[in-house]
Design a protein around this ligand. Sequence first.
Ligand SMILES: C[S@@+](CC[C@H](N)C(=O)[O-])C[C@H]1O[C@@H](n2cnc3c(N)ncnc32)[C@H](O)[C@@H]1O
Length: 253
Amino acid sequence: MDRPDQTTHFGFRDVPLGDKQTLVNEVFHSVAQRYDLMNDLMSGGLHRVWKNLMINALNPPRGDAPFALLDVAGGTGDIAFRAAGTAGAGFRATVCDINSDMLEVGRGRAASRHLDDRVSFVEGNAEALAFPDRSFDAYTIAFGIRNVPRIDLALAEAYRVLKPGGRFLCLEFSTVDMPGLDRIYDLFSFKVIPPLGRAVTGDADSYQYLVESIRKFPKPSAFVEMMRAAGFCRASWQGFSGGIVALHSGWRL
Ligand SMILES: C[S@@+](CC[C@H](N)C(=O)[O-])C[C@H]1O[C@@H](n2cnc3c(N)ncnc32)[C@H](O)[C@@H]1O
C-alpha cells in the first residue's frame, strides 16, 4: 500500500507515486501513432539491432515445441513480432501493455503481417498481471520498465508468471560508459531528441520525458540487485553500444 506522501520521479520531476502512471500514459497516448517512426529516427535504426540482440538471447525454439512468451510493456509489438519471425510453429506471444492506443497500433501491425494467430494483445499493468502463476516460458520487457512506477512490483509479477526454468529479459536504456561518447550522447539527447519529437509528433515534452527518464533509471549493477531481490537466479547484464542500452537477464529456477 502506498503512503500518501510517497513520491517518485517522472523524468527529472518529483511527483506523487500515485500520479506517475497517469503522466506516463499521457506520453504514450500522445505519441502512439508515430512511435515506431520516432524510434527509427532517434536511434538511426539502432533500436532494431538492440531488439534483435534480445531475441538472440531469448532464442525461442525453432521447432514445434510449445513456447509461451509474455512481452510486457510491449507497445506496438516489436519484440513479439521479431521473436515470432525466428521461432517455430509452437510459439505464441502475448503482448501486454497498459496503453490502449499503443496496443491498437500493434494489432494493426500484427494483422498486416499475418501474425494475429500467434501474437495476441492484452491491456494490463506490469505491476498486477492478470495471468496465472507459472504460465509463461519467457518474459521480456523492452524500454518499458523505467516507465513503471513500482519496479519492484513489476519484477515480483514477472517472477510469479514465469514457469520454473523460465527466462526474464529486460532491455533498457543505460549509462554510457565510453569517454567522449557520453558528451555527444547528452548533447544529442537534450538538444536533438525533444525538437525532433516536436517536428514528428507535435509533442516535445514526451521526448523530454524520455531522455530524462533514461538518466533516472538505475545503473545495471543496481537493477541486477533488484532482480535478485525478486528471486531471479543467475542475474546478469550486458551493455551494448558503449552502454547506451543494457540487456538484463535472469532465470526463475
Ligand atoms: C518505450 S515503450 C516500449 C514499447 C516496446 N516494448 C518497444 O520496445 O518498442 C514503453 C511502453 O511501456 C508501456 N507501459 C508504461 N507503464 C506500463 C505499465 N505499468 N504496465 C504495462 N505497460 C506499461 C507504455 O504504454 C509503452 O507502450
